[in-house]
Design a protein around this ligand. Sequence first.
Ligand code: PLP
Length: 380
Amino acid sequence: MTSTDVPDIRIPADLLPADGRFGSGPSKVRPEAVAALAEVSATWMGTSHRQRPVKAVVASVRRGLAELLHLPEGYEVLLGNGGATVFWDAATFGLISARSQHLAFGEFSSKFAAAVAGAPHLDPPDVIESAAGTHPEARPTEGVDLYAFTHNETSTGVAMALARPEGVAAEEALVAVDATSAAGALLFDPSEVDVYYLAPQKALASDGGLWLAACSPAAIERIERIRSSSRWCPPSLDLGIALDNSRADQTYNTPALATLFLLDQQLRWLNDNGGLEWAAARCAKSASVLYGWAEDSEHAAPFVADPAKRSSVVGTIDLAASVDAGTVSAVLRANGIVDTDAYRKLGRNQVRIGTFPAVDPDDVAALCESVDFVVAALAV
Ligand SMILES: *Cc1c(COP(=O)(O)O)cnc(C)c1O
C-alpha cells in the first residue's frame, strides 16, 4: 500500500499508546537506554574494543546474562558478530558432530534446518515439521547428537516449553535453543538446555549484529572436541575461537559498540527490577491484555489455537475477513504505531504485536483500543 492509498483516519491522542513501537524485532529500545548511550557517547563510541572500558561492558554483559538466566555453575556466555543467523552457520561447523534434529514450525526454525541441510560435512538433518500456529515434539532418535528447538517462533507467535528429549542425556546429545525473541522474557530451566542462543534486538531491546550463546559444560566440551578434529572451519564462524575471545571479554573481530552498550543497559534494567521472573510476569500481563481483547472482540481472534502455546512476547492476532489487516497496520503506522504487520510469508489477515519486556502493558491496552477505533472508522 502506498501512502496515498492509506485511509485518512486520525486516532484521538488520548487513545494512542505513549510509545508506538510494537515490532517483533528490531523491537522497542527504551529511551532511557538511548539517553544513557548519548551521555557517554564521547567516551564510548569511536573507542577501541580492545581496551578496558569496552571489555568491562562485555564482561558485564556476560555476567548480566548469566544472572538473568540463572545459569548453573559451569555454563559460559559466548558472543560473536553476525546475529542468530550467523550462529546457525557457526553451529553447523562447530556444534553438530554428525546429525541434528530440528523442530521446524515457522520461518526461523526452518532456516536453521535449511542451513544444516546444505552442509556437505554433516548427515542430512532429521526435520520434524508442524502446521503454522502449532509446534511439533522432539523424537528421541539414535544417532542424533544435537536437538534444535526454538523457544519462541517469532514468525507465528508460538512458544514451546523446553525439556530434554525423553531419556536423552547431555553427554549423548546437546539441546540447542534459538532464544532470540525469548531470552529475558520467557521462563525456562537452564539445566534442560545446553546452548541458549540469541541476538539482542528482540526481547533484550538492543540493536542487531551480535549473537550470544549460554553454553553448558557439555556444549563447551563439544566445541573443544570439534575444534581439535580435522574439520575445516572459517575462522569468523569458529566457535573455538569465539570461546577463547569470549573468555577474554572480547569478540574475534570488531563489534558494534552501541549494540553492546544498549544490551548492557537492558540487562541491568531487567536484573535491577526483579530479573527474569519480573520480566516474564510483565510480558504475561501484556499478553493477557492482548489475547483477552482479541477473544472478546468481534473482529479479532488469537491465531494460535492452544492457549498454552501462545507466546507472551509475540502476539499473532487474526482479523475478520471484513477487515483488511494490511490497511489497519498502515493506518496505525500513519498514526505513529509501527511494525504491527503480520509476518509476510505466513500470508494471513493478521497483525503481529511485540510485547517484549521493554513494552509497557498500558501501551498494549492503548494499542487494542486504537485498533478498535481504526476498525470502526474503516467500516463507516
Ligand atoms: C529474528 C530471529 C532470528 C534472526 O536473527 P538475526 O539477528 O536477524 O540473524 C533468528 N531466530 C529467531 C527466533 C528470531 O526471532
